[in-house]
Design a protein around this ligand. Structure first.
Ligand code: SF4
Length: 401
């Protein structure tokens, strides 16, 4: 195993340890990334109501002028999520964002999230201009998985199918056989496992472990983690559950195993949102970035949501579940990049070509899986039936699944 892979001990690394690791990763990358401290320093100051309205009107106008659409992640600030929806764009998780960007006819995509999301949009729509409020907004999973080291890791295990999480650079995706998001990861790994394939998984170790436990697949795990989800605490969550015994616990699988073990629902941000809206219970404890609480509260205004506890940064802080890189996105930056067409995602054409195949494979699988379930609900959700159905499909794109 490479030194890098052992650099996060399996026990939870401290925030200081991760901060030091992130700083060295940013140094190594030399461009287009910033450390935790730099990210917090770049978080825009809060705007007053008049400023928010002025920027929203300006952005609305600029989107029209440039035939552009705004696509936002659930973890960015509420006023950005609301503006994306109000201007005909969308708010979603990374799989939904990727599909929307690919299918929307706009010439320009304003992707409000972190860099791998803008890169994925560019890979799937190379003819479109992809702008982001700040290209330095990155992700600890992306930073913790340098492409050269990951490639070496893959080369050492040539018999394994390489499955990478969407939270990676275009270069890492180019080494993969499959890209997955948390919305479809279990289904894809289960499918590969049933074909007898052994897997290399990167970069999130918690999500990898969760998938391995669920599917029984033979998986070698890269040892990266999300600095937000890694901080949720099992003991503190148990105490919060005792204070709210009727609450349902919703957990994103990037969280540590002891937190996942306390969950009533585990899944992607979209799955957690659906559970919050559709389940009959009235109280929910939510273990993912607190940005999602905005949409949950909008869709279920009569319900109560509590942020799951983290290590916290201060004496009064029980949950600091905010991603600093997501928080770098702001209205002023959105207006600026639309005005001057700066912060454009640029990727080499050959890299786009290489990285597109594993992403497209995920999208094709996701489409096939959805079609199968729409057509055959009465047959149940079994993998074997899905695979039999897949074998009867004549579309060329399904032959590589
Ligand atoms: S919340 Fe975690 S996984 Fe999501 S962008 Fe931030 S660091 Fe990455």
């Amino acid at each position: 195993m490479k030194e890098h892979l052992a650099s996060y001990p399996y026990e939870k690394p401290s925030l200081d340890y991760m901060q030091a690791h992130i700083e060295s990763a940013v140094d190594a990358q030399q461009s287009n990334a910033c450390t935790l401290h730099e990210a917090w320093a770049k978080v825009p100051a809060p705007l007053n109501a008049t400023e928010i309205q002025q920027y929203q009107e300006e952005i609305r106008e600029l989107l029209k002028q440039h035939n552009a659409v705004m696509v936002a992640h659930y973890y960015v600030e509420p006023e950005l999520q609301d503006l994306a929806l109000a201007t005909g764009g969308m708010v979603g998780d990374s799989l939904e964002m990727a599909k929307f960007c690919k299918n929307h006819p706009a010439d320009t995509l304003l992707v409000v999230g972190v860099r791998f999301m803008g890169e994925t949009a560019k890979i799937l729509s190379p003819q479109k201009t992809v702008l982001m409020p700040d290209l330095d907004a990155t992700c600890s999973l992306d930073l913790g998985c340098p492409a050269d080291e990951f490639k070496q890791f893959c080369d050492e295990h040539p018999d394994r199918t390489v499955v990478v999480y969407a939270n990676t650079s275009a270069e890492v995706k180019a080494h993969a056989d499959w890209v997955v998001t948390s919305s479809i990861a279990i289904e894809i790994v289960e499918h590969l496992h049933s074909q007898g394939k052994k897997i290399i998984w990167g970069p999130d170790r918690h999500l990898g472990q969760y998938i391995q436990d669920k599917t029984g697949a033979d998986m070698l795990l890269w040892q990266g983690s999300c600095i937000v989800h890694n901080e949720f605490k099992g003991i503190e969550l148990t105490h919060l559950k005792q204070q709210h015994p009727k609450a349902i616990v919703l957990v994103h699988p990037e969280s540590p195993a002891e937190v996942v073990a306390l969950a009533d629902v585990v899944g992607s941000t979209s799955k957690l949102l659906n559970a919050a809206v559709q389940r009959p219970e009235q109280e929910f404890i939510v273990a993912t970035d607190q940005g999602i609480l905005h949409e949950m509260q909008k869709q279920a205004p009569h319900k109560k949501f509590f942020a799951a506890p983290t290590a916290g940064n201060g004496a009064t802080c029980k949950s600091c579940a905010f991603c600093p890189w997501m928080a770098m996105n702001g209205l002023a930056a959105c207006a600026k990049v639309l005005r001057d067409h700066s912060q454009e995602v640029q990727l080499d054409a050959a890299l786009i070509e290489e990285a597109r195949a594993p992403i497209q494979r995920m999208l094709d699988f996701s489409e096939a899986y959805k079609n199968y379930h729409q057509q055959h609900q009465q047959l149940g959700a079994g993998l074997a039936q899905f695979q039999q159905w897949l074998a009867t499909q004549h579309e060329a794109k399904y032959s590589t699944l």
